[in-house]
Design a protein around this ligand. Structure first.
Ligand code: PLP
Length: 443
């Protein structure tokens, strides 16, 4: 074994783990040392079925040879080159491949390194667009309660999860939020898109009345909200949001970091849900998470306004050292090639009815108060333990892991998002293990 591939660290102190209970983890470490196909393996060699595609990102399954080889080959050819005022061929190729998959007329792609960077990039592009068109008063950014757009100051401010914001002060000014779309009373146990709630988009008209359309730059939402615990858009909701944005000259941004690359059975959520935004963020599945990469695709008119509208010289004062990194670009091209060759969105579509049935089979188990699904996503909402919010879900997560199954929990919601290569026996094992854990944590 390579000296650098440490499978059993002997000191856990130095690493300040992200979004983690560091004290609990370091007392009770759960490690993943290796992965292949649908499974992770612990350092002891125990197999863990991946019910979450890592963090909603390894859509093509783990350890894909084609991606690994593309990265290796690229590392030997060009390790790094700047993309500020210079270029390297593979970044252009990766952008073209993405543009082939995005909705028609969204052919311009800006590279980032994560979903958070994509969110902040999209917001900055929206502001630059209005300014380029002489509407520099459009500075207000609208998000949605319970939205998640990563951890940069833009995404965090426009995001609507209180717990992610409260440690960090005043955040960005000129931000407002639409109401969330969680309709536990009227949409409980809905399958796919819930019937009730399209009217919630009308709250945007209220914000327009309150602030004036001439102050609003953009609205950013996830087509299906993932991190907050799987909120599926009500029938007609996104269409209504689109209409109101168009009417008032407000840009609509879809955060497709989770819903992109086959998760909903189509290349992007926009396609599945039949609504085309002006700007779209992506990351995660773009490279199958083998190398960090994010991207922002924009309508050609947005690009043209910013680029053609600028005086000679740099048109957008924004970018990252690693934008279009050669290794990430190689991983993206290989990943997108796998998507095409193996029709991963088609595979997701084919197994979706079985997936939906399996997820909803959990109805009736103790404390299960709602189940939601869309594409290869499911959310199972649990009644919290009295006085101990989130504890029940955490205990279920730990029990599943110890039984060899990885699920994700957020609050008291279990969120499932397996690799798109999942097969029926995997679904049975995933849902069966979760059902046992829910029963075991009934008290
Ligand atoms: C919708 C959405 N946007 C943005 C992000 C942030 O992505 P990253 O963690 O790569 O910064 C996430 C991460 O889960 C996400 O789900």
């Amino acid at each position: 074994m390579n000296e650098l591939s440490v499978s059993r660290p002997n000191n856990l102190d130095a690493y300040w783990m992200p979004y983690s209970d560091n004290r609990y983890f370091k007392a009770n470490p759960r490690m993943l040392a290796r992965a292949e196909g649908m499974h992770y393996y612990t350092p002891e060699g125990k197999e863990i079925l991946d019910g979450t595609a890592g963090l909603w990102c390894c859509n093509a399954g783990h350890g894909r040879r084609e991606i690994k080889e593309a990265i290796q080959k690229q590392a030997a050819i060009l390790d790094y080159a700047p993309t500020f005022q210079l270029g390297h061929p593979i970044a252009f190729e990766a952008a073209s491949r993405i543009a082939e998959m995005t909705p028609e007329g969204m052919d311009k792609v800006f590279f980032t390194n994560s979903g958070s960077e994509s969110a902040d990039t999209a917001l900055k592009i929206a502001l630059a667009y209005h300014r380029a068109r002489g509407e520099s008063g459009r500075v207000r950014l609208i998000g949605r309660e319970r939205g998640y757009h990563g951890v940069g100051f833009g995404g965090m401010s426009v995001g609507g999860i209180g717990g992610n914001r409260k440690q960090f002060g005043a955040l960005l000014p000129y931000v407002d939020h639409l109401p969330h779309t969680h309709g536990l009373a009227e949409n409980v146990f809905a399958r796919g898109l819930p019937e009730h709630g399209a009217h919630l988009a009308d709250a945007l008209e209220n914000l327009v009345a309150l602030h004036g359309a001439e102050t609003i730059a953009a609205v950013m939402v996830e087509p299906v909200a993932g991190s907050t615990g799987v909120l599926v858009p009500p029938v007609g909701y996104l269409e209504r949001l689109r209409e109101i944005c168009t009417k008032h000259g407000i840009l609509l941004i879809f955060d497709e970091v989770i819903t992109g690359f086959g998760r909903l059975g189509t290349n992007f959520g926009a396609e599945r849900l039949g609504v085309t935004p002006d700007i779209m963020t992506m990351a995660k599945g773009l490279t199958n998470a083998a190398v960090p990469m994010g991207a922002v695709a924009v309508r050609n008119a947005v690009y043209d306004a910013v680029v053609d509208g600028a005086p000679a010289g740099i048109e957008l004062f924004h970018g990252y050292t690693y934008s279009g990194h050669p290794l990430a670009a190689a991983a993206a091209i290989a990943t997108l090639e796998l998507h095409r060759a193996e029709d991963l969105p088609g595979r997701a579509r084919a197994i979706e009815p079985y997936w939906q049935e399996a997820a909803h089979s959990l109805r009736g188990l103790p404390n299960v108060i709602d189940i939601r699904d869309c594409g290869l996503i499911a959310g199972i909402e649990l009644a919290p333990r009295p006085g101990k919010p989130t504890q029940r879900a955490l205990d279920i997560f730990r029990r599943c892991f110890d039984e060899g199954v990885l699920v994700r929990v957020t609050g008291d919601i279990v969120a499932l998002s397996p690799p798109l290569i999942i097969e029926k026996p995997h679904v049975d094992r995933l849902i069966g293990t979760l059902a046992d854990a829910i029963r075991a944590e009934a008290a």
